[in-house]
Design a protein around this ligand. Structure first.
Ligand code: HEM
Length: 422
């Protein structure tokens, strides 16, 4: 009994003596205020994050989390349970949770594939914040900004009219197959834009108007339209590419056209241009590249987890040294399947916003903005005066080939009067 009391007393005294030493040791490793946490600062927190780490994360700074990412135990180096001092695993519970958090844990799942093996995926939150934050905000500003610019342009410049008199004679500008290709991009693009925008903005703007029930129907229908119509757009894109790529390589005349802004800003100015002017060539290449990008990311979304593109794209960019050149770290190439989908969705929508912004300007110039332009894509024929003013080099080529739309279009000899498109 007494011996127990003496033992407890000695223990209490020893603890009382050691306590200041322990506190002093901890105090000596604490980082000075405002400095980055030293490696041994984390030793003071038992390897966990420090206050500095937490504050840095709250300031939105990236911290090197290798101290956590790599602290996931070592099951393969563990002593078997039968060996002396054998363990039951080689990874403690915190180490196991960290391994799950960083997608490093060896898991088995009854669901085939690697998707179900990702238990914690914190990228989902970042994706959600982008999807409901900067993406619709800046995308929306961009679309509205372009519409405002076009209204301003219309008010200042008005409709771009022919300077000369219409001749009544026409030349064939686009063959039927070219018009089919064009409208096979245009009609689905507009349907895709409407359904895509209503999926992104619906919660904010459509539910208050239509109510949840009706919006649910609209959204489900919109999703089907979006998914199926996309194939029509892709077919139109491929067809347009093969029909028009030959006429869209840069030429000497393009420089003069660009320097004079295509004559769009002033009356009576008509820089020479071939079948497509420099502005149209730029639109063409935007349509092709953005069309390819939107199709690829769209396919990845349409077949979830089956088409993964971003790890390869990031690998490729790293090898070209592009992120490094821009002052970023190398991009992560080990992406979870969920992250692939998150990148696909954000990129798809970002491309769509820029694409729509450009196409709104194109639609304006191709319809109400310029007299006679729409004829080229409806009947396929344009007035000779229009051809001379807007595409003089192309018209000269037609004349040199023996065409030129010399008969009036209305005299019944249409096959003679309408020159073949070049
Ligand atoms: C209502 C919508 C649209 C209208 C009224 C329209 C009108 C036109 C017109 C009149 C042309 C011929 C211009 C010329 O003769 O030089 C044209 C060409 C073209 N359109 Fe459209 N378009 C529309 C939508 C689209 C869409 C959605 C796309 C692609 C996503 C597109 C891509 C093109 C391309 C690549 C060309 C050839 C290059 C160029 O002229 O810029 N168009 N469009």
């Amino acid at each position: 009994m007494w011996s127990h009391r003496i033992h407890d007393l000695i223990l209490a005294l020893a603890l009382a003596l050691l306590a200041p030493l322990t506190l002093q040791a901890q105090g000596s490793t604490a980082p000075a205020a405002g400095t980055a946490p030293a490696a041994d600062a984390r030793a003071a927190t038992g390897g966990a994050q420090t206050l500095e780490d937490i504050l840095a994360r709250q300031r939105g700074e990236r911290i090197d989390d290798a101290f956590r990412r790599n602290a996931i135990g070592s099951p393969e180096a563990a002593q078997p349970p039968s060996a002396p001092l054998g363990t039951l695993g080689g990874a403690s519970d915190p180490e196991l949770w960290r391994a799950l958090r960083y997608d490093e844990a060896e898991l088995t799942s009854s669901v085939p594939g690697d998707v179900a093996k990702v238990v914690i995926q914190d990228g989902g939150m970042r994706w959600l914040e982008w999807r409901r934050g900067p993406l619709p905000k800046y995308g929306g500003y961009m679309l509205l900004g372009m519409i405002a610019l076009l209204v301003l342009f219309y008010l200042l410049r008005g409709k771009i009219r022919l300077d000369g008199e219409k001749t009544g004679r026409t030349v064939l500008r686009f063959r039927a197959i070219e018009r089919i290709a064009h409208w096979s991009m245009a009609i689905p693009f507009i349907l895709l834009a409407i359904t895509g925008l209503s999926l992104l903005f619906g919660r904010q703007y459509l539910i208050p108007v239509f109510g949840k029930e009706t919006y649910a129907l609209l959204a489900a229908g919109g999703k089907y339209v979006h998914n199926y119509i996309a194939w029509w757009f892709m077919a139109g894109l491929v067809l347009s590419f093969f029909l028009w790529v030959w006429k869209n390589f840069p030429e000497r005349a393009d420089i003069g056209w660009l320097l004079r802004a295509g004559g769009l800003l002033s009356r009576g100015v008509h820089p020479p241009a071939g079948k497509f002017n420099a502005g149209e060539k730029i639109i063409f290449w935007i349509v092709i590249w953005f069309g390819a990008g939107i199709s690829l990311t769209g396919l990845s979304l349409e077949f979830p987890f089956e088409i993964r593109i971003f790890s390869s794209i990031f690998w490729f960019l790293n090898n070209l040294g592009i992120p490094q050149m821009l002052g970023f770290d190398e991009l992560r190439t080990a992406l979870t399947p969920q992250e692939e989908m998150q990148f696909a969705q954000l990129t798809h929508a970002a491309i769509a916003f820029v694409f729509m912004t450009v196409i709104i300007a194109h639609i304006y110039l191709g319809s109400v903005g310029m007299e006679g332009a729409l004829d080229a894509m409806t009947s396929g024929k344009v007035d000779v005066q229009w051809a001379k003013e807007h595409h003089s080099l192309w018209y000269e080529e037609l004349v040199a080939k023996g065409g030129g739309g010399d008969q009036p279009a209305s005299d019944g000899a249409r096959s003679n009067s309408t020159t073949r498109a070049g």
